[in-house]
Design a binder for this molecule. Structure first.
Ligand code: NAD
Ligand code: ZN
Ligand code: ZN
Length: 351
């Protein structure tokens, strides 16, 4: 079968991948569509260290092909969106509703794929850039059959991360003021999460002026092309209740902190290099300010994906508008180039 493989130095679209049968508690999914998130590109450029060879992709949707022993919540033929959380479901963190913090779900990549006798790693417990992938039961979330796969695919990272950061982590309240730095797939979902939460002012910032129209479509009330504090303070003289960094640059993390109002919180979503350090003015923090890290929108995928699918059907959550371009998987290089140059909100590979 076809898939996108990164061998540690280059990516290649191959057609001789194999995948093992589902074992107990596993689900084999025929992937129909998969979004290209910046984190895939960050594996290729080394920003996110990951063992290789690896099958990329972590934001997908498709049809259940087979289930292993003990899987009862989905059956062959069901449509599913895939989460990246291979959490155990049985530890104290899982039990308290924090599956993103499950220690069994971080840093233990499986190797369900093989090619020419060599086994390949699975990226983010997911590898949606393959015709078929194998996930744990908790990762396969049933979605209504009338959701287009190209749109449903984006729920599994962009929407869970962006909307989840707003609703689950920051807990943005009605009337709050929000600044969003970076309006790619993640930032746009932060913007629409803030709109859904009832934020009053949503200032979107992106260095690429072509992003203004889509940012406003998702709910931005203002758009700026520079994260200079002066520009933001013309709109929000006291600063923001919430500032989300959605690019992954340390100087923008500093800016997010500098833009906070009293009691404000900076939420870090962008992922800089693993060794990156950022600084802030300590004296600025005493006014009850906070810096919050956020993994995967602090999501609970079985609950949140179902919620987002319902909000989409009601017209309150935008998904179709995120899909600027679809590409056959063979055109991965073009999709990566378009994403790298900011030509798309999200590019989606189809099988
Ligand atoms: N925390 C998590 O769980 C999580 C999950 C998914 C992705 N991420 C990370 O989120 C980040 C964003 O991902 P994405 O898929 O939205 O990326 P993207 O490439 O789609 O979007 C990035 C945006 O930032 C803008 N940008 C770049 N430099 C800028 C600058 N100096 N000032 C203002 N805007 C600038 C670009 O124009 C682009 O619109 C990445 O670092 C990714 O690894 C984190
Ligand atoms: Zn992602
Ligand atoms: Zn667990």
């Amino acid at each position: 079968m076809r898939g996108v493989v990164f061998d540690g130095s280059r990516t290649e679209v191959v057609d001789d991948l194999e995948i093992r049968e589902p074992g107990p508690g596993e689900v084999l999914v025929a992937v129909a569509a998969a979004g290209l998130c910046h984190s895939d590109l960050s594996v290729v450029d080394g920003t996110i260290p990951f063992p290789s060879p690896v099958v990329l992709g972590h934001e997908g949707a498709g049809v259940v092909e087979a289930v292993g022993a003990g899987v009862g919540h989905v059956a062959p033929g069901d449509h599913v969106a895939l989460s990246t959380l291979a959490n155990c479901g049985a530890c104290a963190q899982c039990d308290r509703g924090r599956p993103t913090m499950c220690r069994k779900a971080i840093g233990m990549p499986g190797r369900p794929f093989s090619r020419r006798g060599e086994s390949l790693y699975q990226f983010a417990s997911n590898s949606a850039f393959a015709e078929r992938t194998l996930v744990k039961a908790v990762q396969a979330v049933k979605i209504p059959a009338d959701l287009p796969f190209t749109s449903a695919a984006l729920i599994g990272c962009g929407v869970l991360t962006g909307v989840g950061a707003v609703l689950n982590r920051a807990k943005v309240d009605r009337g709050d003021t929000v600044v969003v730095i970076g309006t790619g797939g993640i930032g746009l979902n932060v913007i629409q999460g803030a709109r859904i939460a009832g934020a009053l002012t949503i200032v979107a910032i992106d260095a690429n002026p072509a992003k203004e129209a889509v940012a406003r479509r998702f709910g931005a009330t203002h758009f700026l092309t520079s994260a200079s504090p002066d520009g933001v303070r013309e709109i929000l003289p006291h600063g923001a209740d919430h500032a989300f960094e959605c690019v992954g640059r340390t100087e923008l993390i500093r800016t997010a902190i500098d833009l906070l109002d009293r009691h404000g919180q900076a939420v870090l979503l962008g992922v800089p290099a693993a060794t990156a350090e950022a600084s802030f003015l300590v004296s600025s923090m005493y006014l009850d300010k906070s810096i919050l890290g956020c993994r995967y929108g602090s999501s609970r995928p079985q609950r949140d994906i179902a919620l987002y699918a319902e909000l989409y059907r009601e017209g309150r959550l935008l998904l179709d508008e995120l899909v600027t371009e679809t590409y056959p998987v063979e055109d991965f290089a073009k999709a990566a180039d378009d994403a790298h140059h900011g030509r798309v909100a999200r590019g989606v590979l189809v099988f």
